[in-house]
Design a protein around this ligand. Structure first.
Ligand code: DGJ
Length: 368
């Protein structure tokens, strides 16, 4: 093939990839091409806004069931409009060092990144499971970078809140014969599905599924945002909550979670609190739609809630993953605008929508 023809074909291919981008339209559950035309690979993800650009961090999955374990690391994409994403590469890479916690084939799930306001560093937390140990380790991993897209340098892993009792502790909680909390008191609490949240006052929190996945903890981070401060509370004891997605609206905190059915979808739940450290009150299933949609949350599981301030109104987008257990790389994303119904945040299915559509929704959350 002549050189000029090759250049022409390459340019045509790039143009097709660009045209395949979402162009301002969210299409829940559909393939979501990046700037190279490749389906976005950032599962269990979260978003950080920095200098007017959104960064989407998530689990890079590969084909097949092995893709549910970390074969590559944490992928990062950037966007200004939230629908068209540029591949920024691997933010945190797995290693081939068998002595490392993040050796290939370990489990790295639900990475979330925040910026430490004091140090200016970007701090990534994720759910870490050690290679070959199934989901037994239940640890939080932390990595740090000077640049938002990385490379992130792994700092270590731990179980949060070692040696601390929750603010809502009861005498029964302190009995190691019956309480997971007491059993794990010295070594730290089990930490599986997780997210991070930075409050308006700059304080950062980790929400993590703990106590053998039975109870969600909300835990304040130390000022360095590299570890827990030892101050935490529980959302609902034995609530069987995982997949936390939290946001703040009108001075209240809202939390969406799922139940515990592995990779299979189940009914979402929601909670509200005046104080992030509780008490939390159940608001029921936030999904509006058919009984089937409510039963399986549109086939998805919550991972993050993105808050946007638009035209004087605070808006939120609920981000869900549709897992494909047998072919992890084919997992899909369902992003839906949060609506308000009698003071409760709710989501409805939309085949497609735009931010302009979201702007037309009533801006009537409590406190607005
Ligand atoms: C459900 C969790 O939400 C996922 O992040 C993952 O840990 C799967 N369970 C594993 O079965």
């Amino acid at each position: 093939m002549k050189h000029k023809t090759k250049i022409f074909l390459a340019a045509a291919l790039l143009a097709t990839a660009a045209a395949a981008q979402a162009d301002g339209v969210f299409r829940p559950g559909a393939l979501w091409p990046d700037d190279k035309g490749v389906h976005i690979n950032a599962h269990g993800g979260g978003i950080l806004e920095h200098d007017g650009v959104y960064y989407w961090f998530g689990e890079h999955k590969v084909a097949g069931t092995a893709g549910n374990r970390a074969q590559v690391g944490v992928h990062v994409y950037s966007s200004r409009n939230l629908t068209d994403w540029k591949d920024e590469g691997i933010a945190l890479a797995v290693t081939d060092d068998p002595a490392s916690d993040i050796v290939r084939d370990a489990i790295i799930e639900r990475p979330k990144v925040i910026r430490n306001p004091k140090t200016g560093k970007f701090v990534m937390w994720f759910h870490l499971e050690l290679k070959g140990k199934r989901y037994d380790a239940a640890r939080a991993g932390v990595a740090v970078a000077d640049k938002v897209t990385g490379p992130y340098v792994y700092q270590g892993s731990f179980r949060p809140d070692a040696g601390a009792w929750p603010l809502d502790v009861t005498p029964a909680d302190k009995d190691p014969a019956t309480s997971f909390l007491a059993r794990d008191h010295a070594g730290g609490q089990m930490s599986r599905d997780m997210t991070l949240f930075v409050d308006d006052d700059g304080k950062a929190y980790q929400l993590y599924a703990s106590e053998e996945n039975h109870t969600m903890h909300v835990s304040r981070l130390a000022d360095d945002t590299l570890r827990s401060a030892g101050q935490y509370a529980r959302v609902k004891q034995n609530g069987d909550d995982e997949a936390p997605a939290i946001f703040r609206h009108g001075g209240k905190y809202y939390l969406v979670t799922s139940g515990l059915t592995g990779w299979a979808p189940n009914a979402a739940k929601s909670y509200v609190a005046d104080d992030i450290l509780g008490p939390w009150r159940a608001l029921g299933n936030p999904v509006r739609g058919t009984p089937e949609q409510q039963k399986i949350t549109f086939g998805g599981q919550s991972t993050y809630a993105l808050t946007l301030r638009r035209n004087g109104c605070t808006r939120h987008i609920l981000m869900l993953d549709v897992w494909r257990k047998e072919d992890a790389i084919d997992g899909r994303y369902v992003w839906l605008p949060v609506e308000w119904e009698g003071g409760k945040p709710v989501v409805r299915w939309r085949d497609q929508w735009t931010l302009a559509d979201m702007d037309k929704l009533p801006c009537d959350g409590p406190g607005d």
